[in-house]
Ligand binder design. Sequence first.
Ligand SMILES: *[C@@H]1O[C@H](CO)[C@@H](O)[C@H](O)[C@H]1NC(C)=O
Ligand SMILES: *[C@@H]1O[C@H](CO)[C@@H](O)[C@H](O)[C@H]1NC(C)=O
Ligand SMILES: *[C@@H]1O[C@H](CO)[C@@H](O)[C@H](O)[C@H]1NC(C)=O
Ligand SMILES: *[C@@H]1O[C@H](CO)[C@@H](O)[C@H](O)[C@H]1NC(C)=O
Ligand SMILES: *[C@@H]1O[C@H](CO)[C@@H](O)[C@H](O)[C@H]1NC(C)=O
Length: 475
Amino acid sequence: MPLNLAVALFCATASLFAIAGADDPYRFFNWNVTYGDIYPLGVRQTGILINGQFPGPDIHSVTNDNLIINVFNSLDEPFLLSWNGIQQRRNSYEDGVYGTTCPIPPGKNFTYILQVKDQIGSFYYFPSLAFHKAAGGFGGIRILSRPRIPVPFPDPAGDYTVLIGDWYKSNHTDLRAHLDLGKKLPFPDGILINGRGPGGASFNVEQGKTYRLRISNVGLQNSLNFRIQNHKLKLVEVEGTHTLQTTYSSIDIHVGQSSSVLFTADQPAQDYYIVVSTRFTNPVLTTTATLRYSNSAGPVSGPPPGGPTIQIDWSLNQARSIRTNLTASGPRPNPQGSYHYGLINTTRTIRLANSAGQVNGKQRYAVNSVSFVPADTPLKLADYFKIGGVFRVGSISDNPYGGGIYLDTSVMNADYRAFIEIVFQNDEDIVQSWHLDGYSFFVVGMDGGQWTAASRNQYNLRDAISRCTTQECGT
Ligand SMILES: *[C@@H]1O[C@H](CO)[C@@H](O)[C@H](O)[C@H]1NC(C)=O
Ligand SMILES: *[C@@H]1O[C@H](CO)[C@@H](O)[C@H](O)[C@H]1NC(C)=O
Ligand SMILES: *[C@@H]1O[C@H](CO)[C@@H](O)[C@H](O)[C@H]1NC(C)=O
Ligand SMILES: *[C@@H]1O[C@H](CO)[C@@H](O)[C@H](O)[C@H]1NC(C)=O
Ligand SMILES: *[C@@H]1O[C@H](CO)[C@@H](O)[C@H](O)[C@H]1NC(C)=O
């Protein structure tokens, strides 16, 4: 069955300039972004390093912390970092995408001032311009619960960031040039786990103990399946929501998504394969890392366990089974289920269809036929300072109409506190991720075929997951 639509509900709230919450703790970071040689697949490549590291350093924080991150751009190109899943309440100017924040010029620095207000969970940061993500510059972000807020599982013995993603031996400037020649992205050369190729990464555990993995897909295009030989994965959190704790033998993570799983090292003491493979591709790309028991009697043995490959139903069923634990606390002591999103009337429906095609000989991607062109002035600044001629509200329609792709600085407006239904429609043959920057939304439905008003009867209006990135498989 083709799976080509996903429906999200979200609430639009205002974004105004705001300063950090003065009473909450501060954490300071000084980051130097440089080029450096990396060898993730055994060949030398130009990577983007942060303080000499690839992937970049993790950000550890607690709900409501203020993060002050001074970033020096030592590259030869403008650079911007975006904080995937951080909600930037009244603070969208720090979000680090072209529409909100000026790029940091080469040789200059900029200090991001964020507050992880009312958030918990697992996220990551990445460079949002110029295909820099294909060279590195990404890292994990975790937001722990405040000490008195109950977490619906015991403290794990260890808590690891696991960044997985497809990878190319070509550098980011060559990949960019490839698209500008009108070609699509080639098939990747490999998959990396924490910046390492096959057999490179390892995770140490003690027999009998339970560990948390915060897995994010930081790749460019491919949906990935994650599994551990002979071990079950218990899903506990998805992009800041505590989930029903369901156990899976493997889990799909689509581009831009983050999930936390728990697993117990309950097997005979030896080493085991951690496997990540591409979904919906032919051939299937696979990579491994090592799970190492502290009292390990020997190396990994047997073939790495297989996972789902092209089965779409499997992925759809798993996605539908990911639901909110309504009685667990989120960032606040009250249960997550006390916000009854299903009782709120939607005030507007937006249908967004993605497409791919050539414009002026270059490979371009579009939403409702518009391929976004950045303006010289970030849109939020043009809006705030009332600078005319930068963008036109309504320059993208609320519905697809099937026309050819054209270039525009597309801007859609939303009313403050409007509760919006968004239907994502994918008629392409690869999986799409849709990310709403700075917002979480409830993924109330996902199915094949065309959306109609009758599709609403199938919505999950009770315990859908609230997240910032949803997938949509192609036809
Ligand atoms: C960043 O690193 C480069 C290369 O090591 C160095 O030349 C430069 O001085 C560093 N900049 C800062 C601000 O630390
Ligand atoms: C650049 O870094 C310097 C030295 O740390 C700092 O004083 C200054 O505020 C930074 N500038 C910006 C725009 O963040
Ligand atoms: C939901 O959270 C509650 C409260 O922490 C917990 O007791 C319960 O086991 C969780 N249920 C599931 C199915 O995860
Ligand atoms: C990428 O590789 C090409 C050669 O294939 C080279 O000309 C270019 O300078 C490289 N870009 C970077 C950022 O290293
Ligand atoms: C939603 O709309 C119905 C019908 O118009 C109305 O009776 C109900 O009060 C509305 N609910 C909310 C929460 O506004």
